[in-house]
Design a protein around this ligand. Structure first.
Ligand SMILES: Cc1cc2nc3c(=O)[nH]c(=O)nc-3n(C[C@H](O)[C@H](O)[C@H](O)COP(=O)(O)O)c2cc1C
Length: 183
């Protein structure tokens, strides 16, 4: 069993990272293996729309970090994908990652996994970020296990958002139930 958490924020220790980590911590407490990735130091180039992936079944841009992240997404059983809200939507780095999973869509290579969406905003715009993340998960055929929308501006602020931290625990419990329905 493996739960992969990805923070798409360019802030290595920002609010998105904290919310994703809070979910993974709780899942790990239940004895389930987790892995965490931050896109903060990664080079994830945008999709060029070349459509070559329809034949290649993989993104043909090979000089960046996308392939390693994509392979981990393929290998996981549950994906927790988190992104900060920029201009009422997810940030560019996360969108680049998602757009290039088009190459995995042709053969539905991500379908059948569990999925969780996480986003953080300072004040407004979480709703559209969530829709974007849900659009990604639904299009690929993930089983949607829940979401967390946190509030925070400076790194660490989200830990004061009691509702979000509570929701992170609830979502983690949903992941555990999904992976261990017999418990
Ligand atoms: C370029 C940029 C755009 C932002 N746009 C919004 C926005 O539309 N709505 C909002 O509430 N906060 C916005 N914020 C604030 C971030 O969502 C907020 O600081 C969040 O906690 C960042 O998460 P992180 O620490 O995981 O990077 C923006 C921040 C930046 C840098």
């Amino acid at each position: 069993m493996n739960v992969l958490g990805i923070s798409g924020s360019m802030r290595r220790n920002g609010n998105t990272a904290m919310l994703v980590a809070a979910i993974l911590d709780r899942v790990r407490e239940a004895g389930i293996e987790t892995e965490y990735l931050t896109l903060a130091d990664m080079d994830i180039q945008p999709c060029t729309g070349c459509e070559a992936c329809k034949d290649a079944k993989w993104c043909v841009l090979e000089d960046d970090d996308w392939g390693a992240v994509a392979q981990k997404m393929i290998d996981c059983e549950v994906l927790v994908i988190g992104a900060p809200t920029y201009y009422y939507d997810i940030n560019g780095q996360t969108k680049n990652l998602i757009d290039r999973t088009y190459s995995l869509y042709h053969d539905r290579r991500l379908s059948g996994r569990g999925g969780v969406a996480v986003t953080v905003c300072a004040d407004r715009g979480c709703e559209r970020s969530l829709e974007t993340l849900e659009g990604f998960l639904n299009t690929h055929g993930f089983s949607y296990l829940g979401y967390v929308c946190g509030r925070g501006y400076n790194p660490g602020d989200v830990q004061k958002d009691k509702w979000a931290m509570k929701k992170a625990s609830a979502v983690a419990n949903a992941i555990v139930r999904y992976l261990r329905p017999e418990d």
